[in-house]
Design a protein around this ligand. Structure first.
Ligand code: G6P
Length: 357
């Protein structure tokens, strides 16, 4: 083949980041526009401008949202309203979080689905409104967050901050700073790290949950491993304490349980989808498992009648033992979510095996 001759490009020719595509497959990323110009015309190449790893734009009803993108194609969306993750997609573009077909993106209602933040109160475990108020307040982008002990090389991350307003101080008179970092890892893992600092002169006590709504193909085909034989508080039986019996947890009716002092890793196995979610948590001893089932689903205005079949909440939480911070103290609570193909058979939970599957 004859050596192609390239056109001479003027020095001012733009050199922004570009992706190459062939037959729907991404061939290369972050080439310079100058190089692309040379390749065009030699084969059936297409090109597109690489989308940024962090983009701030408008979402439903004009609410501000942040889109995180990882170079291999996974993505996440975060609304500043609630500091709320509403979408997490793998590199095939498949949605991994459940979002109600009737979700209302309108304050003061919290968004139904995704990952609402329950703070400073989980559920009705206190005098505040159900799940506290962080999920229906506007958060801000934190442009200068205090450093983390380990430096992150991830580009797809956003730091948010929530500080109580004068109104909030009237209902809950405590001064604090709540920082939330949301990161999409190179393999598409979603990580949420909350840092709450007490900046008041008196102690700060709270309960907390990442109220994660996982998307599942069919709830009756789902199994949770890692919670068997643990004690739990049953919200459907006046928070009475029971011990889980037998095997992994499966679903055939309404469930609303707070499992206590759980392992740091929990697996949610979706047999039909052949997908396993692995939840890893730190600083959050409890795990809430919730599915409203048919009757409650019908009573919820922002929840489709059949939506209960396609969701399961497994919530990394701190409920039974209230967290108390002395003045100046900081608490950290972390959740890491991965979705892997299941090559999973029954037996004790071994998340390492799940991950390698
Ligand atoms: O309707 P929400 O206030 O969002 O609460 C939804 C659910 O959240 C948690 O999982 C609680 O354990 C449930 O008791 C509650 O029904």
């Amino acid at each position: 083949m004859e050596k192609p001759t390239y056109p001479r490009l003027p020095p001012s020719f733009p050199s922004s980041d570009i992706c190459f595509w062939k037959g729907g497959e991404k061939f290369a990323t972050r080439c310079k526009l100058r190089q692309v110009f040379r390749v065009l015309g030699y084969g059936s190449w297409a090109m597109s401008v690489e989308k940024p790893p962090v983009e701030i734009c408008k979402g439903v009803n004009g609410l501000d949202k942040v889109v995180l993108r990882e170079v291999r194609g996974s993505s996440a969306e975060v609304y500043l309203y609630g500091g709320h993750v509403t979408s997490w997609r793998n590199d095939h573009g498949e949605e991994l979080l459940f979002l109600s077909t009737k979700a209302i993106f309108k304050p003061p209602k919290a968004i139904r689905g995704g990952i609402p933040i329950c703070f400073p109160q989980f559920g009705s475990h206190g005098n505040l409104d159900q799940h506290g108020f962080a999920r229906n307040r506007f958060w801000s982008i934190d442009t200068n967050p205090p450093p983390f002990p380990t430096v992150s090389t991830n580009k797809a991350l956003i730091d948010l901050i929530f500080k109580p307003s004068e109104e909030d101080l009237k209902t809950w008179p405590h001064s604090y700073e709540f920082r939330l970092r949301i990161t999409l890892g190179p393999g598409g893992d979603l990580m949420l790290t909350s840092r709450i600092r007490n900046i008041d002169a008196k102690p700060l006590s709270f309960t907390f949950a990442y109220h994660t709504y996982l998307s599942v193909s069919d709830i009756s085909e789902v199994r949770v491993e890692g919670l068997e034989t643990l004690d739990f508080l049953d919200n459907l039986k006046a928070k009475e304490r029971f011990t889980e019996q037998g095997d992994a947890i499966t679903f055939e009716s309404e469930v609303d349980k707070i499992y206590l002092a759980t392992p740091t890793k929990i697996a949610v196995i979706d047999h039909e989808k052949k997908r396993t979610f692995v939840l890893r948590k730190d600083g959050l001893p409890d795990a809430v498992v919730w599915n409203p089932w048919e009757k409650k689903a019908k009573s919820m205005a922002d929840f489709g009648d059949d939506d209960y079949k396609h969701m399961l909440c497994v919530e990394a939480a701190a409920v039974e033992k209230v967290i108390t911070l002395k003045p100046g103290e900081e608490w950290k609570g972390r959740l890491e979510l991965s979705a892997v193909p299941s090559s999973y058979r029954s037996g004790q939970l071994d998340p390492q095996r799940v991950l390698q599957g």
